[in-house]
Design a binder for this molecule. Structure first.
Ligand SMILES: C[S@@+](CC[C@H](N)C(=O)[O-])C[C@H]1O[C@@H](n2cnc3c(N)ncnc32)[C@H](O)[C@@H]1O
Length: 287
């Protein structure tokens, strides 16, 4: 069994992924190689030669990725801030753009003791679990309406709790239900929400259209239906001085702040760009 240069396998993977239209061929090729070898991406240069079965395993995953199966389905995980969550069919893959929303929320919590946090539309549980990890004394509630997403969130919550994080409180429910979390009315320090917000009919890459659950991506009313419900729910739940952060479509950099401003109890409304500079999330404080 003749060992082969890993570098050549990665170059071949980049060529295949580029031809398939994958957005970040080098990153994906290296992450696939790192996954197969069980090492961190930054350590790949320390692995000059690999056995043929490793080359085969990389090749198989590259073939799948070239069919535009999301990278995270192949590796089985996605990162959000300080944590990783397991993902796969039936659940939305957390995106890097949500990290800034998380950071805003964590900054708001600094200095608060036993803050109450609600994650509306939790999906894999990523935002709720990242808060519970960063703020062990926070009491974190999370809700989603999709049983498939909730199964992933339950699994991820169990994994994080076994790793020593404070357990989160996970619920099945609809953000549009105006009695949801009624016992928390006026008590919540922070509401985070990354809802479905893409206007139906929008152009999206195959990784999203063919794999993310549609109810996690698209929302009626031009992408605003769930955001409207989340704003109403947050206005009810937040205590004075509490904060709200909601992610939105990059075409909604004016309309979503206007929606939030229309709630007279919400103030200091501000829109924020994502890592690529596009309008991405709105924040506000409860009067
Ligand atoms: C974009 S995903 C976000 C998941 C997670 N917060 C994240 O950032 O990775 C939106 C989630 O909202 C859920 N969802 C959609 N409509 C909902 C509703 N009306 N009430 C509660 N959850 C809803 C979907 O099932 C999906 O899991």
């Amino acid at each position: 069994m003749k060992r082969q240069p890993l570098r050549l396998a990665i170059l071949e993977a980049i060529r295949i992924l580029e031809a398939a239209g994958v957005e970040s061929p080098r990153t994906d090729a290296e992450l696939i190689a790192a996954h197969v070898l069980g090492v961190e991406r930054g350590r790949l240069p320390l692995v000059p030669l690999v056995d043929p079965p490793v080359i085969d395993a990389i090749g198989k995953l590259v073939t799948e990725r070239a069919k535009r199966v999301p990278l995270q389905y192949l590796t089985g995980w996605a990162a959000l801030g300080p944590i990783t969550v397991e993902v796969g069919p039936g659940v939305f893959i957390p995106r890097p753009e949500t990290e800034l929303l998380l950071e805003w929320g964590l900054a708001l919590l600094r200095g608060r003791t036993n803050p109450i946090v609600v994650d509306l539309c939790t999906g894999s549980g990523a935002l709720a679990l990242a808060v519970a990890h960063a703020m062990p004394d926070a009491v974190v509630y999370a809700v989603d309406s999709d049983p498939h997403a909730l199964a992933w969130a339950r699994h991820n919550a169990d994994v994080r709790a076994e790793a020593g994080d404070t357990p989160i409180r996970l619920y099945s429910g609809d953000v549009g239900d105006d009695t949801i979390f009624a016992e928390l009315d006026g008590l919540v320090d922070l509401v985070l929400c990354n809802p479905p917000y893409v206007p139906p009919g929008g152009e999206l890459p195959p990784e999203v259209l063919d794999y993310d659950p549609p109810q996690a991506v698209f929302a009626a009313d031009g992408g605003l239906a769930v955001i409207r419900q989340a704003v109403a729910t947050a206005a009810r739940l937040l205590k004075p001085g509490g904060g709200l952060a909601i992610e939105h479509d990059d075409t909604h950099g004016s309309v979503v702040p206007a929606l939030v401003t229309a709630r007279k109890v919400l103030t200091a409304v501000e829109d924020h760009p994502d890592l690529t500079g596009r309008p991405r999330f709105v924040t506000a404080r409860r009067l």
